[in-house]
Design a binder for this molecule. Structure first.
Ligand code: GDP
Length: 343
């Protein structure tokens, strides 16, 4: 393959490419004429979605963020212009059962990497750090912005807060170019069903197709600021094109309850009012500590980076329900049912 530097292609390294955000980001960077390398810990299970990307400028490499030396070797060998850290534990629910793994992958390994980049004089590499709204935890401030104090209540939130603080310190004290994206919940048809949105759209589609008779959830009153993952990776990229690195909240500024999400999903699955018939709750699905409401103020990001979301709540739910109905029909050899057309 021709040297990307000679062709003036920018090179990006995505740490943790096999998840939802890795896919959307790789797709965006390829569209923007980058050469993209992505790491995964599960090389055997490279998803069909990743395989569908333009393979000429895209490659997948086995690497684990916890292996600092291995990651540094990759960086010094491939000399990426931009590194996006999307790796680690991404599910809050999972983090409650896996404290140590969450802290190691999401915080300590990231801090070791910052330290090594500083020591090796690699401060000019543009680094995106995936921070999270979960860091705000039990905040009483609504909406939250870049200056809202962190008050995490889950192992995931604690790990993200540690790395976020470290990023700020390495940026200010060591001159590293680290931009931290404080992303609120961002969803898509590629979300795993361990997240409530996809569990709901998959559940509604199964009920519509007669493959299931109920949807069982935990807390229905929790409120989140849900946006579309494809929009959020645009903000990640824009953060690394800015003159100076900073913290940026990426959110819609709207909040909806889990129950709102369920009602909207049933509506688009052609099961309006299905909540009373199909929705059940199970106390085993409640969390040891719950965040009741999160909503972000993206005005700094909109103003500084000119970032705006393109998909609203209704369209997000509709997109996910339609995708789940289609996928289940293919998997089960079913004919796609008529669902009401909504404008
Ligand atoms: P999070 O905001 O990153 O924790 O994203 P999730 O999609 O995992 O959870 C969003 C909210 O949905 C949380 O308040 C959960 O307690 C609530 N929730 C209710 N039932 C469920 C469920 O069955 N699975 C998940 N993952 N969350 C649920």
């Amino acid at each position: 393959m021709a040297d990307p530097k000679a062709l003036n292609l920018k090179t990006a390294l995505i740490l943790g490419v096999s998840g939802q955000d890795g896919y959307y980001l790789a797709k965006l960077l390829l569209k923007n004429d980058y050469k993209v390398m992505g790491t995964t810990r599960h090389i055997d299970s490279t998803s069909p979605a990743l395989k569908s990307l333009d393979q000429k400028n895209f490659s997948v490499i086995y690497a684990d963020i916890r292996d600092t030396e291995g990651i540094l070797n990759l960086i010094t060998l491939k000399k990426p212009d931009e590194v996006y850290n999307l790796t680690g534990v991404s599910s809050v629910a999972y983090s409650f059962e896996h404290n140590e793994e969450t802290l190691e992958a999401n915080a300590y390994a990231v801090i070791r990497l910052f330290e090594s980049l500083a020591q090796m004089g690699l401060a000019k590499i543009k680094f995106y750090q995936a921070s999270s709204s979960e860091m705000f935890g039990k905040t009483t401030i609504t909406p939250q912005n870049e200056t809202t104090p962190l008050n995490p209540v889950s192992p995931y939130g604690v790990s993200k807060a540690l790395a976020h603080r470290a990023a700020d310190r390495f940026r200010k004290n060591e001159g590293l170019f680290i931009a931290s994206g404080i992303l609120y919940n961002h969803e898509s048809p590629m979300r795993p069903t361990t997240f409530v949105t996809r569990k709901i759209t998959n559940g509604a589609a199964k009920i519509k197709l007669g493959l299931s008779s109920e949807l069982v959830l935990g807390n229905l009153d929790a409120r989140r600021d849900w946006g579309f993952a494809g929009d959020y990776v645009e903000a990640m990229w824009q953060m690394l094109q800015a003159e100076t690195p900073d913290d940026f909240v990426v959110a819609t500024g709207e909040t909806h309850s889990v129950l709102d999400f369920v009602s909207t999903a049933f509506k688009y699955a052609g099961l309006p009012g299905g909540e009373s018939k199909y929705l059940k709750t199970d106390s085993h699905l409640l969390r040891p500590t719950e965040i009741h409401q999160l909503v972000g103020d993206p005005s700094k990001t909109s103003k500084t980076l000119n970032w705006h979301r393109s998909v609203n709540f209704e369209d997000l739910v509709k997109k996910m329900v339609a995708s789940d109905i289609e996928l289940l029909c293919i998997q089960n050899g079913l004919t796609k049912p008529e669902v009401p057309a909504f404008n």
